[in-house]
Design a protein around this ligand. Structure first.
Ligand code: ADP
Length: 408
């Protein structure tokens, strides 16, 4: 069974094709084909890149600004040109989409129909950058592939079981009635790495208290207990919680009132400031890229040093909060760009939890595979796991469609 996965963002589309008939459920296979559209690459155009498992690749700049046309061109590289891996697009059994916001409506993946599309549309005010792109992706696939089953896998779904106390803001009760609550994001990644952690340790997921740290450009933590998310750091929007690449994470809301009242900031100014000009980029004055900020710190740049110190401080502080929500700790997982690569972050973040008996190997360095970087006698396992969001989406499609299609 071949499943196409589409991850549509505001400025890029990424896609993978998986063959699930040959897949071993414990290991995510390499995709048969992988492609991306970068809408920021050229004024008025889009860069299309594709590669296949044999290592053939292509790259082309298309002179279109139409998202559907771009997606159609991307899908064609499955059946045409150097990256061809299929004889016919009809070999694709289903398409899975990462949909950022499912609100409180969806706790599981769903097959897309008119009602689902209407719900995703109704949630655009909660995810203005992402949900429109997700809908465009769904429409573009319908244009290119006809009436193929499409599945929406929601980034909010894993957090939808959070206890009310963790999900509710302490504002007026009217907020509860209006759906102003903590939704949480990165759920596909948190769920995947928690499941993978249990498999790596040979334990039941339900028996573990796991703290998952997704540290990429966007950063969030999740507290996973008995297989469910019981707390997370992102909230109503992906701005809450940890310091991130260019997002501030949580700041005193009184600060925003001050900036509006005394410094003449508009809503749009604050939006740009908090989402695009803060975090590692804002404090270092250099970049949202952890690699560049670390390099600058090592060369003695004081702003870069401050940026990293604040990043670590806030990470530890939020980790502590998640551990309290878990009521204990068996496993810490680091994942995503920074979490998978940055030994400095593992070491500095974990230093805060030595009092729990957590001990890291002396000089843990990045390995190709998922790895355990804690000492044998550590009271807490510390795992570095490659997140596999696309693979998790493909598996969710399979789980949902298998009974209906009778495949496999
Ligand atoms: P996104 O949230 O956009 O998917 P990623 O998960 O790719 O982001 O993470 C991007 C972050 O990961 C950047 O800060 C980048 O510097 C960092 N990163 C990626 N690779 C490495 C590496 N080898 N060493 C240190 N940091 C890395």
């Amino acid at each position: 069974m071949k499943i196409l996965v589409l991850n549509a963002g505001s400025s890029s589309h990424k896609s993978c094709l998986f063959d699930l008939s040959s897949a071993d459920a414990d290991h995510s296979p390499s995709p048969l084909w992988r492609a991306a559209l970068d809408w920021t690459h050229q004024e008025g155009g889009v860069e299309l890149t594709a590669t296949n498992a044999a290592g053939d690749s292509m790259q082309q700049v298309l002179s279109t600004t139409d998202k559907a046309e771009g997606i159609e061109a991307m899908v064609k590289t499955l059946v045409q040109g150097p990256t061809q891996v299929l004889g016919d697009l009809a070999e694709i059994a289903a398409v899975g989409h990462r949909v950022v916001h499912g609100g409180h409506n969806y706790q599981n993946p769903v097959v897309v129909d008119d009602e689902v599309k209407a719900t995703i549309e109704s949630l655009i005010p909660l995810a203005p950058a992402h949900n429109p792109a997700n809908l465009q992706g769904i429409e573009a696939i319908a244009q290119s592939l006809g009436t193929i089953p499409q599945v929406a896998v929601f980034d909010t779904a894993f957090h939808s079981h959070m206890p009310e106390a963790a999900a509710t803001y302490p504002g007026p009760y009217a907020w509860v009635e209006q759906g102003i609550r903590r939704y949480g994001f990165h759920g596909i990644s948190h769920q995947y790495v928690a499941q993978r952690a249990a498999k790596m340790l040979g334990r039941d997921l339900e028996s573990l208290k796991i703290l998952t740290c997704h540290l990429g450009n966007g950063c969030s933590l999740a507290a996973v207990k008995d297989g469910f998310c019981v707390d997370t750091t992102m909230g109503f929007t992906p701005l809450e919680g940890l310091m991130m690449g260019s997002r501030s994470g949580s700041v005193d809301p009184g600060l925003l009132i001050h900036l509006m009242r005394h410094e003449g900031y508009s809503v749009d100014d604050l939006d740009t400031l908090l989402n695009k000009e803060s975090g590692l980029k804002g404090l270092s004055g250099l970049s949202n890229d952890m690699r560049l900020v670390t390099e600058a710190m090592e060369q003695g740049n004081p702003q870069a040093k401050l940026a990293i110190e604040v990043f670590i401080h806030r990470l530890r502080r939020e980790m502590g909060g998640m551990i309290a929500s878990l009521g204990g700790l068996d496993v810490v997982v680091f994942t995503a760009g920074i979490g998978e690569n940055k030994s400095l972050v593992w070491q500095r973040a974990c230093e805060g939890f030595e009092f729990l008996g957590l001990r890291l190997n002396d000089d843990p360095s990045r390995a190709q595979d998922d790895q355990d970087i804690a000492t044998m006698d550590s009271a807490v396992r510390v795992l570095v796991i490659h997140t596999q969001e696309e693979w998790a989406i493909a598996q969710a499609c399979l789980a949902l469609l298998q009974p209906a299609t009778g495949h496999m």
